[in-house]
Design a protein around this ligand. Structure first.
Ligand code: GLC
Length: 431
């Protein structure tokens, strides 16, 4: 019976991906997010790889159609027009072959590529090497872009220039840094999101004005990375971004070897070392987690958000740090119906229904579970994974979940939640 239920749920998850398929790429969900999003697609590719390796490769191939000549993979690729989303291509005003946004998102791409490649090899797919090669080259170019454009001072940490780049749009981690950004905009703001989803769950209007102010000034820089770096009032060396980049770098190394690319394998190892050293300097004993760095003020960002745990995907902690981080994660989950809240429940910034200010996100749990396993914190990893799978089984393939009730929020046809289910539920033993 349990097997039967699981099979049905897998069919449902695949049906969500099929419904959001727009021809080789998958929209995060209909209407609210009607284009291809960067890190969503990387997670989705891993979901597809559990049952259709060809389609998984296709997802990544379509994403890099949007890759810029300088190596950046944009956060949105506007493959086909839609008027249900703001800001569209006219606001971004970028000059790539096909319309894209002008900022990026976490480079889960490299992690996904390894996952898909290994699934292809396991399935005996003959063309796996040929299919992987151009994607590997695209990933490497994007990692070089990250280091050059977003760590010009060689800190071993990459910076975001817009909260949307982090993937955690309105996280309390950005509150102080974002407060310095003016609210004046040249672009008329025509929010569409609050027409699809209750405004109380979405970022506030004032946040939106600042988000668009940043877009305006970067567009005025002609999207030149050096000019953007020098004018930006918002620059945060983000441990979530750097953790993901470091892990994706590690995941590209075996691919480089499989492709016979020895020089690239050495370059990636060096990059990985550099980034993990940068991350290690961001660990804070009293907080029992990693902290991002506000490059404008020079201050640590201490707001307790999920980002502080993401470097576990890349860094091996020592024994003291392992027990500290496990205790901290348990503290955040204490009294919650579903963990891990994206903002600690004991923080004054905690809002259990508002987007990145408290809700649980399945893909974040996927990364944290992975990071816990990298660090051999296996029991906690399994219980977080089980909790995530159950939350999805009870509430559906929602965008995110209220940690205090388990309620699913933001609609129930989200591609990356379906992908998370396909990958995580296979590892969960019933009972
Ligand atoms: C929101 C999320 C971002 C995600 C996008 C599409 O902007 O904050 O992480 O990529 O929606 O799902």
């Amino acid at each position: 019976m349990a097997d039967e239920l699981k099979r049905n749920r897998h069919d449902d998850a695949r049906a969500v991906l099929a419904r959001n398929d727009r021809g080789g790429y998958t929209v995060p969900t209909d209407r609210l997010y009607p284009f291809q999003w960067n890190w969503d697609s990387a997670f989705v590719a891993m979901g597809f790889a559990t049952f259709d390796v060809d389609r998984a490769y296709r997802e990544l191939e379509r994403l890099i159609e949007g890759q810029w000549d300088d190596g950046m993979i944009p956060h949105i690729v506007f493959h086909a027009p839609s008027d249900t989303y703001f800001p569209g291509p006219d606001v971004w005003g970028t000059r790539h072959r096909i319309p894209t946004s002008g900022i990026t998102q976490p480079p889960v791409f490299g992690m996904a590529l390894r996952f898909v490649h290994e699934a292809a090899v396991a399935a005996g797919q003959q063309d796996s090497i040929e299919r992987t090669r151009p994607l590997f080259e695209a990933a490497l170019r994007s990692h070089r872009w990250w280091l050059k454009a977003r760590d010009p001072d060689r800190l071993g940490l990459v910076a975001i220039l817009h909260p949307w780049e982090s993937g955690s749009d309105n996280s309390p981690a950005w509150d102080e840094a974002l407060a310095r950004v003016p609210t004046a905009t040249k672009t008329e703001i025509r929010r569409k999101d609050t027409g699809h989803v209750d405004a109380s769950m979405r970022p506030r209007d004032v946040d939106y004005q600042r988000f668009i102010h940043l877009v305006d000034i970067y567009r005025d820089c002609g999207w030149n990375p050096q000019s953007q770096w020098s004018v930006s009032p918002f620059k945060v060396a983000d441990v979530q971004m750097t953790g993901i980049l470091a892990r994706a770098t590690a995941d590209l190394i075996p691919l480089a070897s499989a492709l016979g690319a020895q020089a690239e394998a050495a370059e990636l190892s060096e990059m990985h070392h550099f980034l993990t050293e940068g991350l290690k300097r961001r660990w804070r004993d009293p907080l029992r987690r990693f902290v991002s760095l506000d490059l404008v003020s020079g201050q640590d960002i201490e707001a307790p958000t999920q980002a502080g745990f993401i470097p576990l995907v890349a860094v091996s902690l020592d024994a003291n740090q392992r027990s500290a981080v496990a205790a901290e994660i348990e503290r955040w989950c204490d009294g919650m119906v579903v963990g891990l809240p994206s903002t600690a429940p004991f923080s004054p910034a905690f809002e259990p229904k508002r987007y990145w200010r408290g809700p649980v996100w399945a893909v974040i749990n996927w990364l944290i579970v992975d990071g816990l396993r990298v660090n051999a914190i296996n029991e906690l990893a399994s219980s977080l994974e089980r909790g995530t799978v159950r939350a999805i089984e009870q509430a559906g393939f929602c965008e995110y979940f209220d940690p205090t009730t388990g309620e699913g929020l933001g609609g129930n046809t989200f591609s990356w939640t379906a992908a998370a289910y396909l990958v995580m539920s296979r590892r969960v033993v019933d009972g």
